[in-house]
Design a protein around this ligand. Sequence first.
Ligand SMILES: [Fe+2]
Ligand SMILES: [Fe+2]
Length: 350
Amino acid sequence: MLQPKPLFNPQADTSYGKRRLIGGETSNLMMLSNNKYGWSYPLYKTMMQNFWIPEEISLGQDKMQYETLETAERETFDKVISFLVFLDSLQTVNLPNINDYVTLPEVNLLLNIQTYQEALHSQSYGYVLESIVGPEQQQRIYDIAVKDPFLLKRNRYIADCYQEFIDRQSEVGFVKVMMANYILEGIYFYAGFSFFYNLARFGKMTGVGTEIKYINRDELTHLALFQNMFRELRKEQPELFTPALEAELREMMKVALDYESEWAAYAIGDRIQGLNIALIEQYLRYISNYRLEAIGLTPLYPEVDQDPLPFIRQFTNFNQTKTDFFEEKVINYAKAGSDLDLDGLDELDL
Ligand SMILES: [Fe+2]
Ligand SMILES: [Fe+2]
């Protein structure tokens, strides 16, 4: 069993050797000038400097364009945004459940910032919806996540992966809930992102595309956080990563890809200019290889070594976030001359 950490433990031995991601000793004092994990402070700075405000992106033109989208595009838009609302909502609510078991203050801090960013993402979808449709339509779109039988089944599966750790906590369970989180962040979001980037490259709903781009920039830091957590846990508790558990983690990825392909067939299909099911399926397999390798697991589809949707890279080149995405107003709150370094994120090649 894995125990949640006590709220305050003045007797804790917080020498470096005793500090661990889970099951370590912590007084719960935020000793943030003395972090064990060297990567945590640069990541903290990047996450803080990524601060953005959804309302600063104008959606006036998107409102008009939404009405003129092809019917299939509009239907897909509604389904995809409802799914993204679900994913970010679940993240906001569930990350504290993971954080309760993390015994390193610097990671507690980062998970809290991530939680706030997930809430911001939900708010950005609210802003998108209130900008383009009336209240009744907004409710109809939110309801897709819980009423559309296909999406409901899918969302139940994702929530159940998290619920399992809420119901039964163990060290192996912690690794699995980290994996579930990593898949949500690194795979599930991406079919949705690809839909919006695809619309944007045809000049459609570019304000929403910009919102998605800022969300995507945050998500990259969340992936970096979980990749680093995996690496540290492997170093601290290598005995946890048995061949059986690793096989299970790869299987989780495989099931996720199958679900995602089914979803893409249902929500996106072959009705959208510039996208088709085969391309999306290949794209998700392609990025899953990177995701698995980044946490020390063997890729599932090594034969898929070409990016089938290279246009997405134009939207995710985050070293260019200091200039405009789609000639929108520049949003960058980092101080001039800051030493913010996004190179590390691009190296992740996500
Ligand atoms: Fe998010
Ligand atoms: Fe996230």
